[in-house]
Ligand binder design. Structure first.
Ligand code: HEC
Length: 164
């Protein structure tokens, strides 16, 4: 039990450090250290995937089809345009918050939907969210999404990440 705890703690610390450094970093930063940063990010993503971090909030088990639900994605895009685009680009470029490119590959559906609907609690408790905050220096305000809104925006993020 203790060793598992230690491992998880270690993982979180490493993840936080990596994410704090790269998540909102400019492209220039990436160019300066091409190989190392790529490997570090890849490592972080593998750890992330195996950790299955779901964040905190009401979403504990989101069913996601391997194919895109175009209707949901279209509904999600409308929400993005109105409520998210002021701070999030669809590329990997940071605006106020991180760009969304590949976010669905780095995080679980539950983590993303929990963060989208419950940013305050996540920013207080989740190591990844805190790493992002350290870089972005702005606490994402709660956007008042319904559960369906959150699911739809998640589907739109999947479309943005190439799911067909
Ligand atoms: C006022 C600016 C702002 C708006 C509007 C905003 N966000 Fe954010 N978002 C942020 C910031 C800043 C972060 C990084 C974490 C932090 O510092 O709070 C973030 C992080 C995120 C993340 C995590 C990204 C990652 O790389 O893991 C998700 C998911 C997210 N926002 C979803 C949304 C959704 C969905 C909307 C629209 C409904 C939205 N955001 C609107 C500022 C914003």
């Amino acid at each position: 039990m203790k060793s598992i705890k230690n491992l998880t703690l270690k993982t979180m610390v490493v993840l936080t450090a990596i994410i704090a450094f790269y998540a909102c970093g400019s492209n220039e930063q990436k160019k300066e250290e091409p190989t190392d940063s790529k490997e570090l990010v890849k490592e972080a993503e593998e750890v992330q995937a195996s950790d299955e971090n779901k964040g905190v909030g009401k979403f504990t088990n989101v069913e996601v089809s391997p194919t895109l639900d175009k209707q949901m994605a279209d509904a999600g895009k409308k929400i993005y345009d109105v409520k998210c685009s002021a701070c999030h680009r669809l590329t990997d470029e940071k605006l106020v918050g991180p760009g969304w490119k590949d976010v669905t590959k780095k995080r679980t559906a539950e983590w993303i939907m929990n963060f989208s609907t419950n940013p305050d609690e996540m920013l207080d408790t989740d190591a990844i969210a805190q790493g992002l905050l350290e870089e972005c220096l702005v606490r994402m305000p709660n956007q008042g999404l319904t559960d369906d809104d959150a699911r739809h925006v998640y589907e739109f993020m999947r479309e943005n990440d190439g799911v067909k």
